[in-house]
Design a protein around this ligand. Sequence first.
Ligand SMILES: Nc1ncnc2c1ncn2[C@@H]1O[C@H](COP(=O)(O)OP(=O)(O)OP(=O)(O)O)[C@@H](O)[C@H]1O
Ligand SMILES: [Mg+2]
Length: 272
Amino acid sequence: MIEIHNIHKTFNGNKVLDGISGNFESGKMNMLLGASGTGKSVLLKCIVGLVKPDIGSITYDGRIFANNKLDIKQEIRRKIGMLFQGSALFDSMTVNENVEFPLKMLTDMDRQERQERVEFCLKRVGLEKAGNKMPSELSGGMKKRVGIARAIAPHCTYLFCDEPNSGLDPLTAITIDELIKEITEEYNITTIVVTHDMNSVLEYGDNVMFLYKGKKLWEGHSSTIMDTHVKELNDFIFSNRLMRDAKKVEEIAEEERQEEGQRQEDDKNRNR
Ligand SMILES: Nc1ncnc2c1ncn2[C@@H]1O[C@H](COP(=O)(O)OP(=O)(O)OP(=O)(O)O)[C@@H](O)[C@H]1O
Ligand SMILES: [Mg+2]
């Protein structure tokens, strides 16, 4: 489990994170949801140690991460897999070399072990035949898969995905979400997914945190998100026409259920 407490971050007088706390459990799809510019990526970068928070604590399975000794930080870092916003593959390397890269950097595996691990990870994301391709030859969805294979290659315990399905068509987006969920559950990884995609949230969000202007305004399971009374979250969810229509259909169905219940009650009373 990752725990964050009271995280603050200001860039040149611009307060981006304003006291965010929360827990991210292992084996669950933890999601950070929010509009563009609201601080999701900065929070994720604070959690992985790419940005230093001004105030606040971060612990990985009880071990303090931020501001700790370098060797403890490095040990935790070795267990972190990261899928960056936009995949961030190395353009001049083949798919095999991209996935092998963190193994060379972070492990003492020999060449043979590295090759086997690369093969295993590419197979796990359904790309066993793409090892010799260059990133420029891949579709957007394939690039994300390679990014996921590279992230999990060093047996990660913690997986961070920044907008894993942005720029993908809805069907491919679902397969990427599904893959992340399967891997999270299979290896009991502590996964944090940053997104502004309500489809992903509704389908896969075990624990969703809604960020708004650097604050956490709501947290809960995705199944309860449609019933929220937080205005900013409601505005965010129902900014989309499809979601508004879905809500209307749900309200009509609820009214019909209540009317039917009342009818049955009346019938019972009449027959007494
Ligand atoms: N290194 C930095 N220096 C200065 N300002 C930064 C830096 N990184 C982020 N910011 C600012 O922090 C704010 C939040 O940025 P962030 O990238 O976290 O947004 P986001 O919620 O991830 O948005 P998006 O959905 O568009 O990716 C923005 O105003 C951004 O300009
Ligand atoms: Mg971002």
